[in-house]
Write a protein that binds this ligand. Structure first.
Ligand code: NI
Length: 196
């Protein structure tokens, strides 16, 4: 996902990111994105639509190249940490992802009327340094616990936690309580909680 494979087990998350982030940082930053389903309808409780989201993400990747550095899918929203790698940017990625998902979702349900499936817009945040990177990766992996879906990050199957855990980024017991990097996080903002 981060695109660097060899000898990862020997590295801490810090050194892993230190190596990569300089290369990633400019011109195409890693971006944290939150997208919410319209009216927080919990469509991703259904595995069918999680699978569809994974498929659409792969399709969009071929049009607008990017790497998925981290992800978590919750019932009514998702968070991504993505690195656009070509000429494209996160805005184009999201503007491809959202209508394409809606189109296929409608097809699966046999719906023909127009529908608003996603909350308008999305929250985005450009990763500015290594600590910021780690904080957002932690944010993603702690998210299912934050939302009360599970008690431990490893119990949630729809995230990149296992990927990073296998590579030594997290020691056992991480995220069983609030991780220290998330002390000061503005949850409302990062969850794209709005009053619209
Ligand atoms: Ni969330």
């Amino acid at each position: 996902m981060c695109g660097y494979k060899p000898h990862l087990h020997q590295l801490t998350l810090n050194s892993f990111c230190r190596m990569n982030i300089r290369r990633y940082y400019i011109p195409n930053s890693i971006v944290f994105v939150t997208q919410v389903v319209d009216r927080r309808a919990p469509i991703f409780r259904d595995q069918t639509y999680i699978d569809l989201l994974r498929t659409i993400l792969a399709n969009v990747k071929s049009l607008h190249p990017f790497r998925t550095v981290g992800y978590v899918f919750l019932p009514d929203h998702f968070h991504l940490l993505i690195h656009p790698t070509g000429e494209s940017n996160f805005s184009a990625i999201m503007h491809s992802l959202k209508p394409n998902f809606t189109k296929e979702y409608k097809k699966l349900l046999g719906l023909s009327r127009p529908m608003r499936l996603w909350q308008k817009g999305f929250w985005d945040h450009l990763i500015r340094d290594e600590v910021d990177f780690q904080r957002h990766l932690d944010y993603i992996h702690y998210n299912p616990a934050h939302h009360g879906m599970v008690e431990k990050p490893e119990e949630w199957p729809h995230s990149s936690y296992q990927y990073w855990q296998r590579r030594g980024a997290y020691s056992p017991g991480w995220g069983w309580s609030l991780p220290h990097l998330l002390d000061q996080v503005d949850w409302q903002q990062s969850e794209a909680d709005s009053t619209e």
